[in-house]
Design a protein around this ligand. Structure first.
Ligand SMILES: Cc1cc2nc3c(=O)[nH]c(=O)nc-3n(C[C@H](O)[C@H](O)[C@H](O)COP(=O)(O)O)c2cc1C
Length: 188
């Protein structure tokens, strides 16, 4: 698939076929692409925690905040929750490139998940204490970004941003994501 098609299709997915479980090996294939990604000073400080066990996924779920713009929706219900997570962990140091490294890793992981037919959603809004009590972190590290993964069970479409950029769900349950035009983003 061409990169532009992959980018178009790589939408944040928040409803999944929960029963379609993902193996640890499958998650490691996505993490392998992040291993090869560029990073500041080639320090390779980002760590990845794959979570595929059903029971652990259930425990992680309540600590994540879903779709802030969808005010009447508390997140996916039972049966539509993520089948796996990859948690990106960073050292508790103030190095300017670390969030960039994490973002590049997340992009590689979500694009490779998409390439293999999965959907994903990056989640930065989560209860740090709650999550940290469930997963283990290397010494001096904390969770920075959670990537939820699974077989998509929702349709997500792009549209041109008019006056607003807030995503919304229409009466048929289709999720709409407004994107600004290229000329609005490119500066001289
Ligand atoms: C850094 C980052 C943090 C995000 N955090 C959350 C989050 O906490 N909860 C959520 O439901 N979506 C989260 N998202 C998904 C965004 O809402 C989503 O990317 C945006 O609405 C555009 O949709 P798209 O990914 O389909 O282009 C996050 C995305 C990024 C890149």
């Amino acid at each position: 698939m061409k990169m532009i098609e992959l980018a178009r299709g790589n939408r944040s997915t928040r409803r999944f076929r929960q029963s379609a479980r993902l193996s640890r090996e499958r998650l490691l294939q996505f993490i392998e692409t992040a291993r090869l990604a560029p990073c500041g000073a080639n320090l390779q400080l980002v760590r990845f925690t794959p979570v595929w066990e059903e029971e652990l996924c259930e425990r992680i779920f309540p600590h994540l905040n879903w779709a802030g713009y969808l005010k009447d929706w508390d997140g996916p219900g039972q049966g539509q929750r993520p089948a796996a997570y990859i948690i990106i962990q960073l050292p508790d140091e103030d190095r300017r490139h670390l969030p960039v490294d994490a973002g590049i890793s997340a992009a590689y992981i979500t694009l490779s998940a998409r390439e293999s037919g999965l959907g994903s959603c990056m989640i930065m809004s989560f209860d740090m204490q709650g999550l940290s009590a469930i997963i283990s972190s290397p010494e001096g590290y904390s969770p920075f970004l959670v990537i939820a993964l699974g077989v998509p069970a929702e349709e997500v479409v792009l549209e041109r941003a008019g006056s607003g950029i807030e995503y919304y769900r229409d009466g048929s349950g289709v999720h709409h994501v407004p994107k600004r035009d290229l000329e609005d983003l490119v500066t001289r």
